[in-house]
Structures are given as C-alpha cells and as structure tokens.
Design a protein around this ligand. Structure first.
Ligand code: SF4
Ligand code: SF4
Length: 248
C-alpha cells in the first residue's frame, strides 16, 4: 500500500525536490571550494554570503534550511529506501567540526590577508550565473552528488549532514547565539503525558535523534534537529508540536 504523506510534509517535500532540481544552478553558491578559491585570490564569492545568511536565518528558524530547503539533504533522503539505519550522532557529529574549523580558519586567513584589496564577486567561478554550464562541470556536479549519496547510502540516514556538512556549523552557531540573546525562534515542544512511547518519532527522525527520550524529559533541543516536522506530523497522540518562542 502506498504510504500517505502528511499534509504539512507535502510542501516540504515539494520544496526539497525543487531545490534538488535547481542544484545544478545553485551548487557554486553553496560550495565550500568556491569560497576558498575566491579567498586565495582576495575575492569574496557568493557562498560565504550564503553561509552568513544561513547563520542569521538560524537565529529565528534554527536549522529549518536543512530540513526544508537543502538539496544535499534531499539527495540523502533518497537513500533511505536502501539504507534506513540510524546514525550514531554523538560520535559522527564531531567529524564535521574537525573539518569545518580548519576550513573556516583558512578562509579567514586569506580574507584578512587580502585586507583592503578584497573584492566582492558573487559570480566568482560562475560567470553565467549557472553553476553547471558546461558538460565538464557535470563531472564536478556528479562527483558532489555521489559523495552525499555514498555517505548516506553506506553510513545511514543523512549521515553526510552529521559528518561533512560545512553549512550545518554556521546554523548551529546561529541557533546558539540566538538562544544566548533570548531571540524567539522556531522550535519543538513536547507534552510528555500524551506520549505512549511507541517510538514512531524516533524510528522516522531523519537525523536519528532519540525523539521519544527527548519527549520523555520534555527537552526537544538538539543541535542536530532540522525541524523537518516528521515527528510532529507522525505522532498520532499529538505529543509534539512546533512552537515559536524563546529558549526555556
Ligand atoms: S510518536 Fe508520539 S507517542 Fe510515539 S514515542 Fe513519539 S512522541 Fe511518544
Ligand atoms: S526531532 Fe523531529 S523535527 Fe527534529 S529532525 Fe527529528 S523528526 Fe525532524
């Protein structure tokens, strides 16, 4: 029998599919390579500007970008039919920070070195505005797609989000700063008394979070939550809801 998609999950899935179809256009604007190449030449490319927007968006939307818009996230979701194993987040989550810190340090070094000669060029390496505008660039595109597919296919649900994503740390830090400044943002709330511990939420969380345990202690804050709403829409007891507000 065909699985019914909850009403709220339909626009999310449409957004993700559109984003994935546009990935050949947008790839460079999200690229960890273009930013480095630009910084070495004293150029601020589009991708660091996008990372800054992601950081600011996380102040009020947390990691909703990852759950609702990210093309690489949708690519990994396609692997669930082959490998739906949960990922052991506590270990793998640190890998992305170990990659991200020296990567960001290198970028900042070259941007500071450029000093006043720094130029802004959002079309750096993307002169036509389209990231994949020649047959040769399809090789890069397929290589990037293959990396995400392989990691999720081999290691489990959205494993690349946990392990190699260079954008996630910007949003995690944005969330933390927003909470420190008491800025209201989109979050989850749980009513633990409604929970029957059926585990549906945990079994369907794309980020492999122990959602039922989070509900039990009424603490839905987790740096890896991408606010996809699978748990909200999947819980027949309505024990989890979205809320917009400050940290407790
Ligand atoms: S799906 Fe709902 S009832 Fe089931 S464990 Fe999760 S919160 Fe509890
Ligand atoms: S806890 Fe819920 S909203 Fe967060 S990633 Fe898991 S299923 Fe999505």
């Amino acid at each position: 029998m065909k699985k019914q998609i909850p009403v709220r999950q339909r626009p999310r899935q449409i957004l993700l599919v559109v984003s994935l179809l546009l990935f050949p256009v947008t790839m460079n604007y999200l690229s960890p390579y273009v930013v480095i190449d630009g910084a070495i030449q004293g150029i601020l490319a589009a991708s660091p500007i996008v990372f800054g927007i992601q950081f600011l968006s996380a102040l009020v939307l947390g990691r909703a970008y990852c759950g609702w818009v990210c093309p690489a996230g949708k690519l990994q979701d396609l692997c669930v039919d082959f490998n739906n194993q949960p990922v052991n987040g506590r270990k793998i989550d640190w890998v992305k920070w170990a990659i991200w810190a020296p990567w960001l340090g290198t970028i900042l070094f070259f941007l500071v070195k450029a000093g006043t000669s720094l130029r802004v060029n959002p079309l750096h390496l993307t002169e036509t505005g389209v990231s994949v505008d020649s047959p040769l660039k399809f090789v890069n595109f397929y290589a990037v797609a293959l990396i995400f597919l392989l990691i999720a296919g081999l290691a489990g649900r959205r494993a690349a989000c946990h392990s190699i994503c260079w954008m996630a740390p910007f949003m995690i830090l944005g969330k933390k700063l927003g909470d420190a400044l008491r800025i209201p943002r989109l979050r989850l709330r749980a009513e633990e008394e409604k929970c029957t511990n059926c585990m549906t939420c945990t079994n369907h969380c794309p980020m492999s979070l122990p959602v039922n345990e989070m509900v039990k202690v009424s603490d839905m804050e987790n740096t890896e939550c991408i606010l996809c709403g699978n748990c909200v829409d999947g819980c027949t007891k309505k024990a989890i809801q979205y809320r917009f507000g400050q940290a407790k």
